[in-house]
Design a protein around this ligand. Sequence first.
Ligand SMILES: [Zn+2]
Ligand SMILES: [Zn+2]
Length: 303
Amino acid sequence: MQFDVTILGSNAAIPAYNRHPSSQVLNHNGNLFLIDCGEGTQFRMNKFGIKRAHLNNIFISHLHGDHYFGLVALLTSFNLNWREHPLHIYGPPPLEEIINIHFKHSQTKLKYELHFHSVLDNEAKIIYDDQVLTVETIILKHRLPTTGFLFKEKKNLRKINAEKIAEYNIPHHKIVEIKRGEDYINEQGKHIPNTELTLDPPHPRSYAYCSDTVYTESFVEQIKSVNTLYHETTFIHEHEERATETFHTTTKQAAKIAKLTNSGKLLIGHFSARYEDLNLLLNESKEVFPETYLAEEGKTFTI
Ligand SMILES: [Zn+2]
Ligand SMILES: [Zn+2]
């Protein structure tokens, strides 16, 4: 099952060196989730061939403009493109007012249903839940209320061993129970254990998005063993003082979080406009956590 993330933007605050502000698209088996929506996000969606009709849920981490200034533009384009199916937005409470005031003064009447879900930064909780996936907030420490997002696949049902199902002549209506892990007792009362009828399902995968934040270990337990971690890395380690002052993180700090959480890989992003050469950041982070990758625009990473 497809589970990957495409980077649409990963620069901090000011666009620089052809790098754009934060946005990324998570693709879970064709279902798209947009995470942050910096200025010009829809241009990069076009450039990288993102099928926006498959996008039904947008998550905004906080209200610094580099994380949401592209949102009203995207919502307006959906309207002009005759979107009809509902769209859900998850973000800090004032975002609803910001959206509404744009539509009020432009006298825009949406042709699709827009559902706004207020996300609070007081405790981590599940804000999205479907048959295969949940999304939890991650409480970050920034100058404004900020949450990251933890996307977690649900535990898969067990895989049917087709040969054994045929061998024991198991009726079709029993398959769902067997997939859930139940044993089978046939008409003669013979007990067949589930382990004989099924195989282990694929391990559920997870993705944690952490932007923006000062260095904090407060969410380490929550995201332990995440397959892929995106952690903001605004500064090189030499600029640690500046990072702390502005509630941001350095390369080595982000890598330390990846190490502490035993993440499969680390994507670093939210690069300060002061750095033209991103290898500076990559190499520093790799010293602490070798499985580090630059979250550069247009790159897609398998979770
Ligand atoms: Zn930012
Ligand atoms: Zn910020």
